[in-house]
Design a protein around this ligand. Structure first.
Ligand SMILES: O=C(O)CCC(=O)C(=O)O
Ligand SMILES: [Fe+2]
Length: 356
Protein backbone atom coordinates (compact mmCIF):
# COMPACT_ATOMS: atom_id res chain seq x y z
CA UNK A 1 0.00 0.00 0.00
CA UNK A 2 1.46 3.48 -0.88
CA UNK A 3 2.37 5.69 2.12
CA UNK A 4 -0.47 7.88 3.32
CA UNK A 5 -0.30 11.58 4.09
CA UNK A 6 -0.13 12.47 7.83
CA UNK A 7 -3.74 13.66 7.84
CA UNK A 8 -4.95 10.33 6.54
CA UNK A 9 -2.91 8.53 9.17
CA UNK A 10 -4.53 10.63 11.89
CA UNK A 11 -8.01 9.95 10.53
CA UNK A 12 -7.27 6.25 10.19
CA UNK A 13 -6.16 6.18 13.80
CA UNK A 14 -9.32 7.97 14.97
CA UNK A 15 -11.73 5.95 12.86
CA UNK A 16 -10.18 2.48 12.99
CA UNK A 17 -7.67 2.14 15.84
CA UNK A 18 -9.63 4.25 18.33
CA UNK A 19 -12.88 2.63 17.21
CA UNK A 20 -14.89 5.77 16.45
CA UNK A 21 -15.93 4.63 12.99
CA UNK A 22 -16.95 6.90 10.14
CA UNK A 23 -19.96 7.87 12.27
CA UNK A 24 -17.60 9.26 14.91
CA UNK A 25 -15.71 11.20 12.26
CA UNK A 26 -18.87 12.68 10.74
CA UNK A 27 -19.95 13.72 14.25
CA UNK A 28 -16.80 15.86 14.55
CA UNK A 29 -18.45 18.10 11.93
CA UNK A 30 -16.31 17.42 8.85
CA UNK A 31 -17.54 19.37 5.83
CA UNK A 32 -15.72 17.58 3.04
CA UNK A 33 -14.72 14.01 2.26
CA UNK A 34 -11.20 13.38 3.64
CA UNK A 35 -8.57 12.04 1.23
CA UNK A 36 -8.67 8.65 2.98
CA UNK A 37 -12.16 8.20 1.53
CA UNK A 38 -11.65 9.59 -1.98
CA UNK A 39 -11.81 6.98 -4.73
CA UNK A 40 -9.71 7.16 -7.88
CA UNK A 41 -11.73 8.48 -10.82
CA UNK A 42 -11.94 4.97 -12.32
CA UNK A 43 -13.44 3.58 -9.14
CA UNK A 44 -16.24 6.16 -8.88
CA UNK A 45 -19.73 5.48 -10.16
CA UNK A 46 -20.11 7.60 -13.28
CA UNK A 47 -23.67 8.87 -13.82
CA UNK A 48 -23.48 7.86 -17.49
CA UNK A 49 -23.03 4.23 -16.42
CA UNK A 50 -26.41 4.10 -14.68
CA UNK A 51 -29.26 2.85 -16.89
CA UNK A 52 -32.49 4.36 -15.56
CA UNK A 53 -34.79 2.35 -17.84
CA UNK A 54 -33.78 -1.03 -16.40
CA UNK A 55 -34.97 -2.51 -13.13
CA UNK A 56 -34.84 -5.82 -11.30
CA UNK A 57 -38.12 -7.75 -10.93
CA UNK A 58 -40.49 -7.25 -8.01
CA UNK A 59 -42.17 -10.57 -7.22
CA UNK A 60 -45.35 -10.98 -5.16
CA UNK A 61 -44.81 -14.13 -3.09
CA UNK A 62 -48.16 -14.22 -1.29
CA UNK A 63 -48.67 -17.70 -2.79
CA UNK A 64 -45.43 -19.68 -2.71
CA UNK A 65 -47.17 -22.64 -4.33
CA UNK A 66 -48.14 -20.72 -7.45
CA UNK A 67 -45.93 -22.11 -10.26
CA UNK A 68 -45.72 -18.62 -11.75
CA UNK A 69 -44.17 -17.35 -8.54
CA UNK A 70 -41.58 -20.12 -8.34
CA UNK A 71 -40.74 -19.72 -12.01
CA UNK A 72 -40.30 -15.95 -11.65
CA UNK A 73 -37.94 -16.50 -8.73
CA UNK A 74 -35.76 -19.03 -10.56
CA UNK A 75 -35.76 -16.92 -13.72
CA UNK A 76 -34.77 -13.80 -11.82
CA UNK A 77 -32.00 -15.76 -10.08
CA UNK A 78 -30.65 -16.86 -13.47
CA UNK A 79 -30.98 -13.59 -15.31
CA UNK A 80 -30.51 -10.83 -12.76
CA UNK A 81 -29.22 -12.55 -9.63
CA UNK A 82 -31.31 -9.93 -7.81
CA UNK A 83 -35.02 -9.40 -7.22
CA UNK A 84 -37.36 -7.85 -4.67
CA UNK A 85 -40.15 -9.72 -2.94
CA UNK A 86 -43.38 -8.28 -1.56
CA UNK A 87 -46.14 -9.88 0.55
CA UNK A 88 -43.52 -12.16 2.08
CA UNK A 89 -45.16 -12.32 5.49
CA UNK A 90 -42.61 -10.42 7.59
CA UNK A 91 -44.79 -7.74 9.23
CA UNK A 92 -44.10 -4.13 8.28
CA UNK A 93 -43.73 -3.21 11.97
CA UNK A 94 -40.89 -5.71 12.30
CA UNK A 95 -39.13 -4.17 9.29
CA UNK A 96 -39.57 -0.63 10.58
CA UNK A 97 -38.48 -1.64 14.07
CA UNK A 98 -35.19 -3.17 12.96
CA UNK A 99 -34.35 -0.11 10.81
CA UNK A 100 -35.18 2.16 13.74
CA UNK A 101 -33.02 -0.05 15.95
CA UNK A 102 -30.10 0.51 13.56
CA UNK A 103 -30.55 4.28 13.93
CA UNK A 104 -30.86 3.74 17.68
CA UNK A 105 -27.56 1.88 17.94
CA UNK A 106 -25.61 4.29 15.75
CA UNK A 107 -27.21 7.21 17.55
CA UNK A 108 -25.60 6.10 20.82
CA UNK A 109 -22.68 8.18 22.12
CA UNK A 110 -19.28 7.06 20.75
CA UNK A 111 -18.23 5.48 24.03
CA UNK A 112 -21.39 3.36 24.17
CA UNK A 113 -20.98 2.07 20.59
CA UNK A 114 -17.30 1.52 21.23
CA UNK A 115 -18.08 -1.21 23.78
CA UNK A 116 -18.91 -3.45 20.81
CA UNK A 117 -15.94 -2.43 18.64
CA UNK A 118 -14.08 -5.43 17.29
CA UNK A 119 -11.67 -6.48 20.02
CA UNK A 120 -13.70 -4.81 22.82
CA UNK A 121 -16.97 -6.65 22.41
CA UNK A 122 -18.08 -8.91 25.28
CA UNK A 123 -18.87 -11.66 22.74
CA UNK A 124 -17.66 -12.50 19.26
CA UNK A 125 -21.29 -12.96 18.20
CA UNK A 126 -21.59 -9.17 17.98
CA UNK A 127 -18.90 -6.86 16.61
CA UNK A 128 -18.82 -3.29 15.38
CA UNK A 129 -16.54 -2.57 12.40
CA UNK A 130 -15.90 0.10 9.83
CA UNK A 131 -15.27 0.01 6.06
CA UNK A 132 -14.57 -3.58 4.95
CA UNK A 133 -10.97 -4.63 5.68
CA UNK A 134 -9.36 -1.27 6.60
CA UNK A 135 -5.98 -2.95 7.19
CA UNK A 136 -5.64 -3.63 3.46
CA UNK A 137 -7.68 -0.81 1.91
CA UNK A 138 -5.84 2.29 0.66
CA UNK A 139 -9.22 4.08 0.44
CA UNK A 140 -11.87 3.25 3.01
CA UNK A 141 -15.60 2.70 2.53
CA UNK A 142 -18.05 5.19 4.06
CA UNK A 143 -19.78 2.67 6.26
CA UNK A 144 -19.87 1.26 9.79
CA UNK A 145 -21.62 -2.00 10.57
CA UNK A 146 -22.65 -4.06 13.54
CA UNK A 147 -22.46 -7.78 12.80
CA UNK A 148 -24.51 -10.43 14.59
CA UNK A 149 -23.51 -14.04 14.19
CA UNK A 150 -25.95 -16.84 14.83
CA UNK A 151 -23.98 -19.86 15.95
CA UNK A 152 -25.70 -23.20 15.50
CA UNK A 153 -26.38 -24.85 18.84
CA UNK A 154 -25.78 -21.67 20.84
CA UNK A 155 -28.54 -21.39 23.41
CA UNK A 156 -28.95 -17.65 23.45
CA UNK A 157 -26.29 -15.84 21.45
CA UNK A 158 -28.12 -12.57 22.05
CA UNK A 159 -27.62 -12.39 25.84
CA UNK A 160 -24.76 -9.88 25.48
CA UNK A 161 -26.07 -7.99 22.46
CA UNK A 162 -26.73 -4.22 22.72
CA UNK A 163 -30.07 -3.67 24.50
CA UNK A 164 -30.97 -0.83 22.11
CA UNK A 165 -31.30 -3.18 19.12
CA UNK A 166 -31.16 -6.77 20.34
CA UNK A 167 -34.89 -7.60 20.52
CA UNK A 168 -35.55 -6.05 17.12
CA UNK A 169 -32.76 -8.05 15.45
CA UNK A 170 -33.88 -11.29 17.10
CA UNK A 171 -37.49 -10.70 16.07
CA UNK A 172 -36.54 -9.77 12.51
CA UNK A 173 -34.40 -12.88 12.17
CA UNK A 174 -37.17 -15.07 13.60
CA UNK A 175 -39.72 -13.70 11.14
CA UNK A 176 -37.33 -13.83 8.17
CA UNK A 177 -36.34 -17.46 8.73
CA UNK A 178 -39.40 -19.05 7.09
CA UNK A 179 -38.99 -16.73 4.11
CA UNK A 180 -35.34 -17.80 3.76
CA UNK A 181 -36.37 -21.45 3.92
CA UNK A 182 -39.04 -20.98 1.27
CA UNK A 183 -36.68 -19.13 -1.05
CA UNK A 184 -34.04 -21.83 -0.74
CA UNK A 185 -36.62 -24.57 -1.30
CA UNK A 186 -37.82 -22.88 -4.48
CA UNK A 187 -34.33 -22.14 -5.75
CA UNK A 188 -33.10 -25.67 -5.02
CA UNK A 189 -36.17 -27.22 -6.65
CA UNK A 190 -35.18 -25.23 -9.72
CA UNK A 191 -31.89 -27.17 -9.58
CA UNK A 192 -33.73 -30.50 -9.35
CA UNK A 193 -33.10 -30.94 -5.62
CA UNK A 194 -36.27 -32.50 -4.26
CA UNK A 195 -35.79 -31.96 -0.57
CA UNK A 196 -33.53 -29.99 1.76
CA UNK A 197 -32.36 -32.65 4.22
CA UNK A 198 -30.33 -31.90 7.38
CA UNK A 199 -26.95 -32.11 5.60
CA UNK A 200 -28.11 -29.75 2.85
CA UNK A 201 -29.64 -27.43 5.42
CA UNK A 202 -26.24 -27.19 7.13
CA UNK A 203 -24.57 -26.31 3.82
CA UNK A 204 -27.23 -23.79 2.86
CA UNK A 205 -28.16 -21.91 5.99
CA UNK A 206 -26.57 -23.07 9.25
CA UNK A 207 -24.84 -19.81 10.23
CA UNK A 208 -26.65 -16.67 9.18
CA UNK A 209 -25.06 -13.29 9.78
CA UNK A 210 -27.17 -10.16 10.26
CA UNK A 211 -25.61 -6.73 9.80
CA UNK A 212 -26.89 -3.33 10.78
CA UNK A 213 -25.21 -1.19 8.12
CA UNK A 214 -24.87 2.53 8.72
CA UNK A 215 -23.82 5.03 6.06
CA UNK A 216 -23.74 8.44 7.70
CA UNK A 217 -24.68 11.47 5.61
CA UNK A 218 -21.78 12.17 3.30
CA UNK A 219 -20.69 15.69 2.20
CA UNK A 220 -19.91 14.43 -1.32
CA UNK A 221 -21.17 10.92 -1.99
CA UNK A 222 -19.96 10.89 -5.61
CA UNK A 223 -16.34 10.87 -4.49
CA UNK A 224 -16.53 7.91 -2.19
CA UNK A 225 -17.91 4.35 -1.89
CA UNK A 226 -20.55 3.33 0.62
CA UNK A 227 -19.57 -0.17 -0.47
CA UNK A 228 -17.32 -0.93 -3.46
CA UNK A 229 -18.51 -3.34 -6.16
CA UNK A 230 -18.56 -6.86 -4.75
CA UNK A 231 -20.60 -10.03 -4.77
CA UNK A 232 -21.78 -11.59 -1.52
CA UNK A 233 -20.33 -14.94 -0.51
CA UNK A 234 -23.62 -16.20 0.97
CA UNK A 235 -26.02 -18.73 -0.50
CA UNK A 236 -28.60 -15.95 -0.61
CA UNK A 237 -28.75 -12.50 0.97
CA UNK A 238 -31.98 -10.98 2.23
CA UNK A 239 -31.60 -7.22 2.35
CA UNK A 240 -33.83 -4.66 3.94
CA UNK A 241 -33.05 -1.17 2.72
CA UNK A 242 -34.51 2.17 3.80
CA UNK A 243 -36.18 4.78 1.60
CA UNK A 244 -32.98 6.63 0.67
CA UNK A 245 -31.96 4.34 -2.19
CA UNK A 246 -28.30 4.11 -3.18
CA UNK A 247 -27.94 0.39 -3.96
CA UNK A 248 -26.82 -0.37 -7.54
CA UNK A 249 -26.46 -3.75 -9.19
CA UNK A 250 -24.45 -4.70 -12.26
CA UNK A 251 -26.60 -4.75 -15.39
CA UNK A 252 -26.65 -7.82 -17.62
CA UNK A 253 -24.27 -6.07 -20.09
CA UNK A 254 -21.64 -6.36 -17.34
CA UNK A 255 -20.69 -2.73 -17.71
CA UNK A 256 -23.48 -0.44 -16.53
CA UNK A 257 -25.40 -0.28 -13.26
CA UNK A 258 -29.07 -0.43 -12.27
CA UNK A 259 -30.49 1.33 -9.25
CA UNK A 260 -32.60 -0.75 -6.85
CA UNK A 261 -35.47 1.59 -5.97
CA UNK A 262 -36.78 1.38 -2.41
CA UNK A 263 -40.18 -0.38 -2.37
CA UNK A 264 -41.96 0.00 0.93
CA UNK A 265 -42.22 -3.33 2.72
CA UNK A 266 -40.10 -5.20 0.15
CA UNK A 267 -37.05 -7.36 0.78
CA UNK A 268 -34.25 -7.37 -1.76
CA UNK A 269 -32.98 -10.88 -2.46
CA UNK A 270 -29.71 -11.69 -4.14
CA UNK A 271 -27.92 -14.88 -5.02
CA UNK A 272 -24.52 -15.20 -3.37
CA UNK A 273 -21.34 -16.87 -4.64
CA UNK A 274 -22.08 -20.17 -2.92
CA UNK A 275 -25.38 -20.69 -4.69
CA UNK A 276 -23.81 -19.68 -8.01
CA UNK A 277 -21.15 -22.34 -7.37
CA UNK A 278 -23.66 -24.97 -6.23
CA UNK A 279 -25.75 -24.28 -9.33
CA UNK A 280 -22.68 -24.50 -11.61
CA UNK A 281 -23.48 -20.97 -12.87
CA UNK A 282 -27.21 -21.41 -13.48
CA UNK A 283 -27.87 -18.78 -10.83
CA UNK A 284 -25.80 -15.59 -10.79
CA UNK A 285 -24.15 -13.89 -7.85
CA UNK A 286 -24.23 -10.36 -9.18
CA UNK A 287 -21.94 -7.49 -8.27
CA UNK A 288 -23.48 -4.60 -6.42
CA UNK A 289 -22.32 -1.40 -4.76
CA UNK A 290 -23.66 1.34 -2.50
CA UNK A 291 -23.45 5.11 -2.78
CA UNK A 292 -23.97 6.97 0.49
CA UNK A 293 -26.54 9.75 0.75
CA UNK A 294 -25.75 13.47 0.59
CA UNK A 295 -28.47 14.56 2.97
CA UNK A 296 -29.50 11.65 5.17
CA UNK A 297 -28.04 8.81 7.18
CA UNK A 298 -28.77 5.57 5.34
CA UNK A 299 -29.29 2.20 7.04
CA UNK A 300 -29.69 -1.28 5.60
CA UNK A 301 -30.05 -4.70 7.19
CA UNK A 302 -28.69 -7.65 5.23
CA UNK A 303 -29.04 -11.25 6.36
CA UNK A 304 -26.24 -13.25 4.81
CA UNK A 305 -27.48 -16.83 4.72
CA UNK A 306 -24.26 -18.77 5.19
CA UNK A 307 -23.25 -22.41 5.64
CA UNK A 308 -21.70 -23.75 8.79
CA UNK A 309 -17.92 -23.02 8.87
CA UNK A 310 -16.96 -26.65 8.25
CA UNK A 311 -19.48 -27.16 5.45
CA UNK A 312 -17.99 -28.14 2.10
CA UNK A 313 -19.76 -26.89 -1.01
CA UNK A 314 -19.37 -27.33 -4.76
CA UNK A 315 -21.59 -27.91 -7.80
CA UNK A 316 -24.54 -30.10 -6.81
CA UNK A 317 -24.69 -33.70 -8.07
CA UNK A 318 -28.25 -33.04 -9.30
CA UNK A 319 -26.91 -30.28 -11.53
CA UNK A 320 -24.05 -32.36 -12.92
CA UNK A 321 -26.17 -35.46 -13.37
CA UNK A 322 -26.20 -35.27 -17.17
CA UNK A 323 -22.43 -35.29 -17.39
CA UNK A 324 -22.02 -31.50 -17.21
CA UNK A 325 -18.46 -30.37 -16.45
CA UNK A 326 -18.11 -28.83 -12.96
CA UNK A 327 -16.82 -25.26 -13.16
CA UNK A 328 -15.83 -25.18 -9.49
CA UNK A 329 -14.06 -27.43 -7.05
CA UNK A 330 -15.27 -28.37 -3.57
CA UNK A 331 -14.41 -25.71 -1.03
CA UNK A 332 -14.53 -25.50 2.75
CA UNK A 333 -16.72 -22.55 3.72
CA UNK A 334 -14.33 -21.22 6.36
CA UNK A 335 -11.53 -21.07 3.72
CA UNK A 336 -13.77 -19.16 1.33
CA UNK A 337 -14.82 -16.80 4.11
CA UNK A 338 -11.20 -16.10 5.10
CA UNK A 339 -10.23 -15.42 1.51
CA UNK A 340 -13.12 -12.94 1.10
CA UNK A 341 -11.97 -11.01 4.18
CA UNK A 342 -8.28 -10.99 3.16
CA UNK A 343 -8.68 -8.33 0.46
CA UNK A 344 -10.70 -5.24 -0.35
CA UNK A 345 -14.04 -5.61 -2.13
CA UNK A 346 -13.02 -6.41 -5.68
CA UNK A 347 -15.98 -7.29 -7.86
CA UNK A 348 -16.39 -11.02 -8.28
CA UNK A 349 -12.78 -11.89 -7.57
CA UNK A 350 -13.52 -14.12 -4.59
CA UNK A 351 -15.01 -16.69 -6.95
CA UNK A 352 -11.58 -17.34 -8.51
CA UNK A 353 -10.80 -19.13 -5.28
CA UNK A 354 -13.21 -21.93 -6.21
CA UNK A 355 -12.79 -21.99 -9.99
CA UNK A 356 -11.34 -25.08 -11.64
O1 LIG B 1 -26.52 -1.44 2.00
C1 LIG B 1 -26.89 -2.07 1.02
O2 LIG B 1 -27.89 -1.74 0.37
C2 LIG B 1 -26.12 -3.26 0.53
C3 LIG B 1 -25.00 -3.67 1.43
C4 LIG B 1 -24.20 -4.81 0.89
O3 LIG B 1 -24.09 -5.03 -0.28
C5 LIG B 1 -23.50 -5.69 1.85
O4 LIG B 1 -23.52 -5.40 3.06
O5 LIG B 1 -22.95 -6.72 1.39
FE1 LIG C 1 -23.42 -7.07 -0.61
Amino acid sequence: MPPRNPDSDKILDFVVNKGNGIKGLVDTGIESVPELYILSVEERLEASKVVPEESIPVIDVSDWDDPQVTESICQAASKWGFFQIINHGVPLEVLYAVKEAAHGFFGLPNEERNKYWIGNSPTDTVTLKTSFVPQVEAVLEWKDYLTFRYVAGDQDPSALWPPVCKDQVVEYMKRAEPVIRKLLEVLLKGLKVKEIDKAREFTLMANPIVNLNYYPRCPNPDLTAGVRPHSDISTITVLLQDDNGGLYVRATDDDSWIHVPPVDGALVINIGDILQIMSNDRYKSIEHRVVANGSKNRVSVPIFVNPGPDAVFGPLPEVLENGERPLYKEVLFSDYFKYFFSKKHEGKKTMDFAKI
